[in-house]
Ligand binder design. Structure first.
Ligand SMILES: Nc1ncnc2c1ncn2[C@@H]1O[C@H](COP(=O)(O)OP(=O)(O)O)[C@@H](O)[C@H]1O
Ligand SMILES: [Mg+2]
Length: 259
């Protein structure tokens, strides 16, 4: 299931504004890649270009290539709606469908994909996904209750269960813990370590301890100044980034000597 991602010469635009410039990177399957860097340098924009969510904004487009296991994501014959279904995304604020039950939240993506499953199969999928998200024991007795009744950390794990229920090839997470307390954050980090065995995970985080704890590789994004495009300054094994980075800008950023 897990796939490799090869990005070459990627520029990302909002209308005439070039938000991200010249990204070249290869992301290995079954890995966690952390993207760090100051606010506004294009981390979220880059992440959304990996599942064609970027283009939902009018005037937004990309130039360059994103290839997932040999398939050109932006090829003429590729349906962006299919791509978004295959490449799951978890956002900063947990966004379960508030009036939907926990059960229905988990299978929402599968339903959208038009999958016809029998009740027994759905029950199994719900359990498997909630177990996968380390949420099953906490919610198994109230699957029919609304997802909005859960705590923030539980809601985020519910969103992860929803994302993994469709068995995505790649899982993108944009600051998934920034609205969570430290205990829930650790629960999500543990979960990521397990999910890495099956998925290719790319996570944006402003928490450098988190990047150091969970990721195999880290990419540091930066921008030259206001109005200039962000770019990928350095991409290396996480251990190297945090002990002996190649670029001075990376070192300045991770050691807090920034701006
Ligand atoms: N919907 C949008 N329309 C126009 N510009 C945007 C939009 N979203 C982000 N940008 C701009 O793109 C740049 C990168 O933003 P973003 O990817 O959100 O950065 P980060 O996630 O690193 O904080 C910023 O200059 C931001 O203002
Ligand atoms: Mg962002």
């Amino acid at each position: 299931m897990a796939k490799r991602i090869d990005v070459s010469d990627l520029d990302i635009y909002y209308g005439n504004f070039k938000a991200v410039e010249g990204v070249n990177v290869s992301i290995e399957p079954r890995s966690i890649t952390a993207l760090i860097g100051p606010s506004g340098c294009g981390k979220s924009t880059f992440l959304r270009s990996l599942n064609r969510m970027h283009e939902v904004i009018p005037g937004a487009r990309v130039e360059g290539k994103v290839v997932i296991d040999g398939q050109d994501l932006y090829g003429a014959d590729v349906d962006p709606v299919d791509v978004r279904r295959q490449i799951g995304m978890v956002f900063q604020r947990p966004n379960p469908f508030p009036t939907m039950s926990i059960y229905d939240n988990v299978i929402a993506g599968v339903r959208l994909n038009g999958g016809k499953m029998r009740k027994g199969e759905l029950d199994e999928l719900v359990e498997k996904s909630l177990r996968g998200a380390n949420l099953w024991t906490e919610v198994k007795d109230r699957l029919d209750r609304p997802g909005s009744g859960l705590s923030g950390g539980q809601q985020q794990r519910l969103c992860i269960a929803r994302a993994i229920a469709v068995e995505p090839e790649v899982l993108l997470m944009d600051e998934p813990c920034s609205a969570l307390d430290p205990i829930s954050t650790l629960a999500i980090e543990d979960l990521m370590a397990e999910l890495k065995e099956r998925f290719t995970i790319v996570i944006v985080t402003h928490n450098m301890q988190q990047a150091a704890r969970v990721s195999t590789s880290t990419g540091f994004f930066n921008l030259g100044g206001v109005g200039q495009p962000g770019h990928l300054v350095e991409f290396n094994p996480t251990e190297k980034i945090f002990s002996n980075p190649e670029e001075k800008a990376t070192e300045d950023y991770i050691s807090g000597r920034f701006g």
